[in-house]
Design a protein around this ligand. Sequence first.
Ligand code: NAD
Length: 352
Amino acid sequence: MESIVTATYAVHFNEIAYLQLNEHLAESSYSKIFVLVDENTHASCLPTFMSQVAVANYEIIEIVSGEENKTIDTCTGVWEALSELEADRKSLLINLGGGVVTDLGGFVASCFKRGIAFINVPTTLLAMVDASVGGKTGVDLGPLKNQIGVINQPEMVLIIPSFLKTLAERQLQSGFAEMLKHGLIQKKNYWEVLKLISSFDAIDDLIYDSVVIKNKVVLQDPTEKNLRKILNFGHTLGHAVESYFLESENHETLLHGEAIAIGMILEAYLSHKLSGLSELELIDIKTTFLRRYNKVDFSSEDIKIILGLLKFDKKNSHGNINFVLLNKIGLPTIDEQIPDNLYAEAFAYYKE
Ligand code: NAD
């Protein structure tokens, strides 16, 4: 698979990824190499990864897995470990893990001694097609998603789909939600192909297509002034739902992609009401997501709290909550405002 070149770095796949990494390590005079993992990627991915990497010495730093640990406290722990292990400004941090490891590791690297180099090696489907590419790094603030962070690009991203062999089915489905989003915002044909996928066994080409779509958008607007906002389709309500479920004692936590899938149904309904998405496409979107992701029960109290969380969305400006809607599948529109009465209707549509 040909490497995908972004503005400042490249995304390499499979064997080429290891070749490029080894070449990069040979050429760059890093003082020390650190590999950030969580306990799962430590056990399932690190042995394979390091068996292919030509370095004699490296240090492993492990964090506890899970979104609830994507916090500044975890960063402090990693910064302390880097300091104790005598990392300096010429050190390299390799983030080997899912979106929590790549988001948090990228942020840790971007701030440590005002910035050290980092490389992302995503090990979940979600991180391969989305989180590891584009340079958004950061952590949550309490339950509020990604409130603290910076946009800073890695040295390279290495995508090795065979890591997915040990990933749980539910996690694969979660990542698939972001791939479906790529179809909805950019390419109807891709959406149609993805709808038919029933197994994740041979999806290297589709992972590649998703990275191409995301990269094309990011290249045109790296700092999210305009176009890049389209990648947030489903995320305004989706993040609020995810935040609420992270904290709520009455609900099991949702995975990122599961929350975003709910957000995409809700925002597709708003698109139908406000920006011309046809009823046929709305039904197509709802049935496609509900075929893959269990319907979640929301009480009216839940909905009230979720809507209260919208004010923390990062796309908000001047007191407005800005939504990405669809004119049709493949054609998004940004900075849309929603009349208050439509939120309840959108949840009612999701539930019916
Ligand atoms: P995650 O990092 O929590 O990984 C999911 C689980 O899978 C974890 O328990 C992890 O330990 C385990 N795991 C990882 N790789 C494995 C493997 N190969 N085998 C077995 N287990 C493995 O979650 P995620 O879904 O990868 O990422 C979600 C995060 O990504 C969220 O915090 C979200 O906000 C963020 N995100 C960021 C961006 C961005 O542009 N930066 C985009 C989308 C999502």
